[in-house]
Design a protein around this ligand. Structure first.
Ligand code: PMT
Length: 270
């Protein structure tokens, strides 16, 4: 019913939404779709605005690719780099959606600025999913970068002699993700170290400091064999099933995380 001046009243809008049938995937109806934002691969730090050179990060993107094999684009890491394959589109819905900072198929990747801005956009757009959203932050994000305003616009000339450049510390975005972007989401960050003596201590620190629900601790040389999932009250070792040829540590890891995410959703609903 329209009000006499042609505009709808607040009461009419409220009445419309109160009486509308609920959306099929709406959060809160028990069967709401879960969405996982997976970040993986390394970010680059450009040295020039019109970038010719950049500092790269070792990460191959394997972790994210393997972790999203149940998604709408599975097994990409096993496929050859072929433009023909990019013509195919997926048709089925999926419970898991991947967002990789470096795709194992395409060799494109994000720089530091792009990665953090895209993460922010995705996180804010997933906020309404509440506890059904999960962030699986396996990307190796640069800890140091050159601020845009301090960066040379054009290619740095080698004739100018040795390069003296100051990199500033990048702010960690985990706190702001937890506090502001998607406060109800289930958040998992990763911690990589080369020194096993400090790994668990650093993972514990990250768990507390950034209020993560879990931190997946891994060592550089054994990262494809075993990881340790650090939670507030437990440290759970997760290993690749060595009796199964070609099995990945991500299989038991994802199983565990799905279970913990279900518990998180249940807790939030009660
Ligand atoms: O790609 P692969 O070769 O398979 O290797 C996988 C991996 C070793 C890269 C992965 O398992 C892993 O451990 N990733 C995290 C590496 C790491 O320790 O990064 P960090 O200490 O810089 O960051 C810790 C966490 O903070 C990460 O979840 C990162 O996404 C986040 N971060 C980092 C920097 C920043 N400015 N903002 C962030 O939010």
């Amino acid at each position: 019913m329209e009000s006499t001046n042609g505009l709808v009243t607040d009461a009419e809008i409220k009445s419309f939404f109160d009486s509308a049938p609920p959306l099929r995937d709406r959060v809160g109806n028990g069967s709401a779709r879960r969405v996982v934002c997976v970040t993986s691969g390394g970010t680059t730090v450009p040295l020039e605005q019109r970038c010719v050179r950049y500092i790269d990060n070792f990460s191959s993107g394997h972790r994210g690719a393997t972790s999203t094999e149940g998604s709408c684009q599975p097994y990409c890491r096993s496929l050859p780099e072929d433009p023909l394959l990019e013509c195919f589109e997926f048709t089925n819905g999926s419970n898991v959606q991947g967002c990789s900072s470096r795709s194992p198929v395409k060799t494109s990747f994000y720089n530091h600025f792009e990665y953090l801005q895209i993460l922010q956009m995705i996180a804010i757009s997933m906020r309404n999913l509440g506890p059904h959203a999960m962030f699986y932050l396996a990307a190796a994000v640069s800890d140091f970068y050159v601020p845009w305003k301090d960066m040379a616009e054009h290619k740095i000339q080698s004739a100018s002699g040795p390069l003296d450049m100051r990199l500033v510390q990048a702010p960690k975005m985990l706190s702001v993700l937890r506090k502001e972007w998607a406060p109800m989401a289930f958040c998992i960050s990763f911690k990589l170290e080369t020194d096993s003596k400090i790994l668990l201590e650093k993972a514990d620190m990250a768990l507390k400091k950034y209020k993560m629900h879990m931190v997946v601790a891994n060592e550089l040389v054994t990262r494809n064999e075993e990881v340790i999932v650090v939670t507030a009250d437990k440290k759970i070792p997760v290993c690749r099933d060595k009796t199964q040829p070609g099995s990945d540590v991500e299989n038991p890891l994802i199983e565990l995380l799905v279970e913990k995410h279900s518990a998180h959703i249940k807790d939030a609903d009660t």
